[in-house]
Design a protein around this ligand. Structure first.
Ligand code: PHE
Ligand code: NA
Length: 448
């Protein structure tokens, strides 16, 4: 193999892994419902700002740290800290990241199970000619049926565990080369459906993009910030782990641009596919986590070849969810393997079983345990908020402070290939804008 070939192979493998982790339920399930809950454009615009000014520098630094250390995230933080003559205690950022991945996977798998179940529901033709009221009723019945939620959560978690235990993650990443574009094509068809088969596309664009500053408040900004971390898989050491795949020659800023553009495009397309259905069927934008499961079946039930297309859509969504869920399980398993005498298979089994059990609690919070409250939230909402709104941004803050203030800036400048104005922008954004942005969001939250 020529060296250009080897480089190309490593760059592509890396981009596939990083994009596979980033693009998932966060884009298609979470982004639209959060947008609906948080008032549309106020959320979308702050989210885009958070991605560019905070997400990008953290993504780049997670990769850079991983590439320098060539180790798992916890060791990587320690290794890089020590090589910069800093305290090894920075490794705790890696530890909190793994804990975040553990908690996120528990409820991610529940929603992955919803996607699997909807694959079969859609495939059975159940949604043919249904109205929004009817698909809403199907979803309510679906949530009440804890047995079937449990079955599909179990199937999703078993698939994730199987992939990680057998170490076939890279095979899946390669398959995503076909599955991701296919997902984008189906989304495009759904956007076209919104444009041509509903009368609400104009309203959707207005809802998503017309600045509405009066709707921006501390809560919306914290939600947007948290989602920027969630959607790019940041603050968990996952991207640090992928950095170890990287050759020295890969341009980190260029790679970040690719991943961020793909991730953001998929999310915005999902929004443009879903809200025309929300508005044209008189549904509530702020109805929460069920939003895509109530809206998309209306489109599939009423368009030509909708049953086929709907089935395909949920297959692709499940696939995208699996390439994300395996990236969540991987660091937990790696940590267990390293800290205990367990082998890979048993480590996967044990980690997976505990995560599955926690997922069962989330799942029950949609039915039998809907009254159980933790600090005013259902179990599902609590785990989601704890991770997205607190753990990920705070771990990310630690990483960006470490890299902007405790690492040699000149070596970072060289490694990113930056000079002149480019470097000045990088420096201002990564050392000031990003950390102060996160801090400002928290301070404004605390002040009310
Ligand atoms: N980024 C993934 C998504 O948007 C979810 C995820 C979060 C994956 C955190 C890994 C780590 O669906
Ligand atoms: Na994402």
């Amino acid at each position: 193999m020529t060296s250009t070939h080897a480089q190309w192979g490593s760059r592509l493998g890396f981009i596939l892994a990083a994009t596979g982790s980033a693009v998932g339920l966060g884009n298609i399930w979470k982004f639209p419902y959060m947008t609906g809950v948080s008032g549309g454009s106020a959320f979308v615009i702050t989210y885009l700002l958070c991605i560019t000014l905070i997400g990008v520098p953290i993504l780049v630094m997670e990769w850079l740290i991983g590439r320098r250390a060539q180790m798992n995230p916890i060791q990587a933080m320690e290794h890089v800290a020590v090589s910069e003559r800093r305290s090894p205690a920075w490794k705790w950022l890696g530890v909190s990241g793994v804990l975040g991945a553990f908690l996120i996977l528990s409820f991610y798998s529940v929603i992955g199970g919803w996607a699997l179940d909807y694959l079969f529901l859609t495939g059975s033709g159940k949604f043919s000619d249904m109205t929004g009221k009817e698909t809403g009723a199907v979803f309510e019945g679906f949530l009440a049926n804890s047995g079937s939620l449990l079955l599909w959560h179990t199937v999703f978690m078993a698939l994730t565990m199987g992939i990680v235990a057998m170490g076939v993650t890279s095979g899946l990443e390669r398959a995503s080369k076909i599955m991701m574009p296919a997902l984008a094509v189906v989304l495009l068809i759904l956007v076209a459906n919104g444009i041509f088969a509903t009368d609400s596309f104009g309203r959707t664009i207005e809802f998503l993009f017309t600045p509405n500053w009066s709707a921006v408040n501390g809560n919306v900004v914290l939600a947007a910030l948290g989602h920027a971390f969630f959607t790019l898989s940041l603050g968990m050491g996952i991207m640090t782990a992928y950095g170890a795949y990287l050759g020295k020659d890969v341009n980190l800023l260029g790679a970040a641009r690719t991943v961020v553009i793909l991730d953001t495009t998929i999310a915005l397309m999902a929004g443009m596919a879903i809200f025309p259905l929300v508005f044209s069927h008189g549904l509530e934008p702020s109805s929460g986590p069920g939003l895509i499961f109530v809206t998309l079946p209306i489109a599939f039930g009423n368009m030509p070849a909708g049953t086929l297309l709907g089935t395909l859509f949920f297959i692709l969504l499940t696939f995208a969810a699996l390439t994300s869920s395996m990236s969540l399980l991987e660091p937990v398993v790696a940590l267990l393997e390293q800290k205990t005498p367990l082998g890979r298979k048993s480590a996967t089994l044990i980690a997976g079983a505990v995560i599955w059990l926690l997922g069962v609690a989330s799942l029950l919070s949609f039915n039998h345990w809907s009254d159980v409250q933790i600090l005013g939230n259902s179990i599902f909402d609590f785990l989601d908020k704890l991770t997205s709104k607190f753990m990920l941004p705070l771990t990310g803050l630690g990483i960006i402070i470490f890299s902007g203030w405790f690492m040699n800036q000149e070596s970072i400048r060289k490694e990113l290939g930056l000079q002149g104005t480019g470097y000045q922008i990088w420096s201002i954004v990564s050392r000031f804008v990003a950390p102060l942005g996160v801090i400002a969001v928290f301070v404004s939250m605390l002040m009310g």
